[in-house]
Write a protein that binds this ligand. Structure first.
Ligand code: TEU
Ligand code: CA
Length: 569
């Protein structure tokens, strides 16, 4: 495997600006707050910061509804603040990638306002979006929005509907219009001139809509079709991304990561191909997607909890398929997912740190580029204090609640609230927990979203004061990745007999010099396994203080290192 690109050895730290650090007492995180915390990010040892959207936005969907791609949301600061952030980060050796949200814009974007103005052929902007006539007095097709309700909204003035796969304030851009592509590529090059280091591309697999916009299959008792499978990997998506590559990406030494839901390995390889003609890597969702989420909008809750076998099968599949043929990204959580330790680990006080470290090591020894979502390095958890719908802010959550509870698809709101405490995106968006001051040191005013009350125990200050903290465990993992080439270039292999194991995930990474053996207990059970560890093996990192060899304790993870040619004992 060629591993010469800077991003193949990099670790990314994801910052959700709204919840990271408030600097001006309004309860909302901002750019100057990030500047204040650059030392902390640097201390962790990461190479890259990915910023969730900071552009001008009415903030219907956490900034994923952009009204000006070349301006900063005043709540977050000014363009001068951004320039300062970028130059300070660069001076510290940190790169910054931005979020590119171009499947849709905000309905407040100038383009959409001009598009709305008239349906006459002389309106150049009409065709910037996807407009259709009603069919039999109804929506043009049966698509539902990913955020509940129909994916179409009617415009009285013109008598047409516009498409929005997400909220009605997020109209889909029409990528089939060359002017749209031209405008977007220009905007990207404008950011390039500022010196940013790449883009994370929001739902980039959805940009090419299928010809004729056919109805989508209806599942469960929904009245809408699910457009996901119909719109993903549309007919011209690769043409458009190649054009973007040609006109923008190929001109800069960037890293690019495409967000692509519901992707097969073969589909994914087309986007993240080794010849560099499209994107560098993707976020795929298989390993985080075993949660019945797709049924949630219909009010069916599967009650699924993550099973090691599903997760391992998925990881093995992606590691194997991309070995030598492409590059992948590695993550347990982000701003759309529950907190990793709550979902995959165990947040009980006796297991929280152990399981957080186990998850960290399991992921960080895989091949790919690891992403750490803010607070993951502290083992931040879901917010159990969310007891009422009035505490939530996320549009997906609120719409889902409206659709299922207020429209009486569920008999009680309790089931929904229980579900949201596990799955709502707001779990990941509670303020970063810095210290034991009020509001966790995030802000001295009431935060826009409630702080998790467990900040008294779980916070950055406590982590930095404790040499055994999850923070320093991540710091060590990142150092190891920078030092040991095998973590980047080694071949991944599941141990024989591990495929069916309900407790342990055990794999090796091997290059011509070094082999790493990773043994992780995904459960709170104590297990006996004999892995025939070579005599020459040395423990590289572990989350207990001693090695009990064949006895593997709850959430134990240990990583051995030995020369690849060493003799078996
Ligand atoms: O997410 C895309 C996406 O697939 C989400 O709808 C996801 O399925 C859902 O949030 C899981 O609960 C991206 C962004 O990451 C998300 O924050 C935005 O809301 C969305 O696109 C629209 O831009
Ligand atoms: Ca602020």
């Amino acid at each position: 495997m060629q591993t010469e690109k800077w991003w193949q050895k990099a670790v990314v730290y994801q910052v959700y600006p709204k919840s990271f650090q408030d600097s001006n007492h309004d309860g909302i995180g901002d750019i100057r707050g990030i500047i204040q915390r650059l030392d902390y990010i640097k201390q962790l040892g990461v190479d890259v910061i990915w910023l969730n959207p900071i552009y001008k936005s009415p903030d219907i969907d956490g900034g994923y509804d952009i009204s000006d791609y070349q301006d900063i949301n005043p709540t977050f600061g000014s363009m001068a603040d951004f320039d300062e952030l970028l130059s300070k980060a660069h001076a510290m050796g940190l790169k910054i990638i931005m979020d590119l949200v171009v499947n849709h814009s905000s309905s407040q974007h100038d383009w959409f306002q001009k598009s709305l103005a008239s349906a006459e052929p002389d309106n150049d902007y009409r065709d910037y979006y996807v407009w259709r006539d009603p069919v039999d007095g109804h929506e043009p097709n049966n698509w539902g929005s990913f955020f509940s309700g129909p994916a179409w909204t009617y415009d009285e003035q013109s008598g047409q509907y516009y498409l929005h796969l997400f909220a009605k304030e997020q109209p889909d851009l029409n990528w089939d219009n060359p002017k749209v592509r031209h405008s977007i590529f220009n905007m990207m090059n404008w950011w390039a001139a500022k010196g940013i280091d790449g883009f994370r591309m929001d739902v980039i697999s959805l940009i090419s809509k299928p010809d004729g916009l056919p109805d989508a299959p209806i599942t469960g008792d929904s009245i809408f079709g699910n457009p996901g499978p119909v719109v993903s990997n549309g007919p011209r998506v690769h043409q458009y991304i190649r054009e973007m590559n040609n006109k923008v990406l190929s001109k800069h030494d960037w890293m690019t990561v495409g967000e692509t839901t519901g992707m097969s390995v073969n589909d994914a390889k087309k986007y993240a191909n080794i010849d560099g003609s499209e994107l560098d890597m993707l976020f795929q969702f298989e390993h985080v997607g075993y949660d019945g989420d797709t049924n949630a909008a219909q009010g069916h809750f599967s009650g699924y909890t993550p099973k090691l076998k599903d997760i391992r099968d998925s990881i093995v599949k992606w590691q194997t398929a991309f070995d030598g043929t492409g590059w992948t990204s590695l993550y347990w959580s982000n701003h759309d997912q529950p907190r990793a330790v709550s979902w995959f680990g165990n947040k009980a006080p006796e297991y929280r740190e152990l399981s957080a470290k186990m998850l960290a090591a399991l992921l960080h020894f895989l091949q790919g580029t690891p992403y750490i979502y803010q607070g993951e390095e502290l083992g931040m958890t879901n917010n159990d204090a969310f007891q009422s719908i009035t505490q939530y802010r996320d549009v997906e959550t609120l719409n889902l609640y409206r659709q299922t509870v207020e429209q009486k698809k569920l008999t009680s709101s309790k089931e929904m609230l229980d579900y949201l405490r596990i799955h709502s995106r707001d779990n990941a968006r509670t303020p970063m927990q810095w210290d034991t001051c009020s509001n966790a040191g995030f802000s001295d005013s009431t935060p826009w979203l409630e702080t998790n009350p467990n900040y008294q125990a779980i916070n950055a200050k406590a982590a930095l004061d404790n040499p055994d903290s999850i923070f320093y465990f991540y710091q060590k993992l990142i150092k190891l990745r920078h030092q040991l080439p095998v973590i980047t270039d080694g071949t991944f292999k599941l141990l024989p007999d591990n495929e069916q194991d309900d407790h342990i995930f055990a794999y090796t990474r091997t290059n011509s010099e070094t082999t790493l053996l990773i043994i992780a207990n995904f459960t709170s059970d104590t297990i006996t396994r004999n892995y025939d560890v070579p005599k020459a093996a040395q423990l590289l990192i572990q989350n207990y203080t001693d090695d009990q060899e064949t006895t593997i304790r709850p959430y134990e993870v240990k990583v051995y290192q030995y020369p690849t040619k060493s003799l078996k004992k």
